[in-house]
Design a protein around this ligand. Structure first.
Ligand code: PGA
Length: 242
C-alpha cells in the first residue's frame, strides 16, 4: 500500500513539524509506504524525516543543459528523492506536457534509479463523450517503451482533482483493471501498481482502499491537512478488515 502526498506549490518550513505526526503513524504501520512530494526547495529537508519517503513533483527529461528553471532527474535524486510524479494533469494542462514528453521524463527518471509515478486520466469532456477508456489506453500505451516493473501509474480523473467530486468505486476498479491490461499483455503487467487520486479525504478514502485493483492513493489537498493525512494512513492499517 502506497500513500502519496502531493503538496503542489504549497508548504513552508513550519509544515515540517506536522510530518512528525505522520512519521510516527507510519512507524506503526509497516504495511504502508508514505511518499511526500513537496516543492523542489524542500526535498532535501523532508528527506531527513525518518520513515517517510520523498518524491519530486516533476523532473526534466535531459540530464543537464540550458533549461532555465528546470531540474533534472539526477538532481532530484541527489536531493534525497526516491520517487517523482510525472504527467500530473496540472503539468499537462499548464505546461503543455504531452504523452511523449511524459514518457521521456519517465525514462530519464528510471535511468537514474527514481520510481516514476505517472498520472493518467480523462477530462470531464472526454468522460461525457464516452472516451474515458480510449484516453486511458492511449496514455498508458505511450509508456510501453519503459521497462516494466519500474514505474507506478496513478489514475486521476481530471474532473475529480480538487473538485470534491469523486468517481464511483466500481468505475475506479474497472479503470484500474484497464490500465493494468493496457500496460502489457505479458504476465508482468499484473505487477504494475495502480493508485487512485482525486478529491480523496478521510471520509471517502475507505471506498477506494476497498477497491481490489487499487494499490494506494495519491492525495492533494488531504496531504496538506496533517490530521486528515494521518487518518487516511491509519485507515490503511485496517485495510484487510474494512
Ligand atoms: P486533490 O488533488 O486530492 O486535491 O483532488 C489530487 C492531485 O492533484 O494529485
Amino acid at each position: 500500500m502506497l500513500i502519496v502526498g502531493n503538496w503542489k506549490m504549497n508548504g513552508a518550513a513550519g509544515d515540517l513539524a506536522s510530518l512528525g505526526l505522520i512519521a510516527n503513524t507510519v512507524r506503526h504501520t509497516p504495511s504502508v509506504n508514505v511518499v511526500i512530494c513537496p516543492p523542489y526547495t524542500m526535498l532535501a529537508t523532508v528527506s531527513t524525516v525518518p520513515g517517510l519517503k520523498v518524491g519530486a513533483q516533476d523532473c526534466h527529461e535531459a540530464d543537464a543543459g540550458a533549461f532555465t528553471g528546470c531540474v533534472s532527474a539526477s538532481m532530484v535524486k541527489a536531493a534525497g528523492a526516491e520517487y517523482v510524479l510525472l504527467g500530473h494533469s496540472e503539468r499537462r494542462l499548464h505546461h503543455g506536457e504531452t504523452n511523449r514528453i511524459v514518457g521521456a521524463k519517465a525514462a530519464a527518471a528510471i535511468k537514474v534509479g527514481l520510481i516514476p509515478i505517472i498520472c493518467v486520466g480523462e477530462t470531464a469532456e472526454e468522460r461525457a463523450a464516452g472516451r474515458t477508456s480510449e484516453i486511458l489506453v492511449e496514455q498508458v500505451r505511450s509508456l510501453s517503451p519503459l521497462p516494466r516493473g519500474r514505474y507506478i501509474i496513478a489514475y486521476e480523473p481530471i474532473w475529480a482533482i480538487g473538485t470534491g467530486t469523486i468517481p464511483d468505486a466500481r468505475d475506479v476498479e474497472r479503470m484500474a483493471a484497464l490500465i493494468r491490461s493496457s500496460v502489457s499483455h505479458e504476465a508482468m503487467s499484473s505487477g504494475v501498481p495502480v493508485l487512485y487520486g482525486g478529491s480523496v479525504t478521510d471520509i471517502n478514502a475507505v471506498e477506494f482502499l476497498r477497491v481490489e485493483n487499487v494499490d494506494g492513493l495519491l492525495l492533494g489537498g488531504a496531504s496538506l491537512d496533517p490530521i486528515m493525512f494521518d487518518r487516511i494512513i491509519q485507515l490503511c492499517r485496517y485495510r484487510s478488515t474494512i
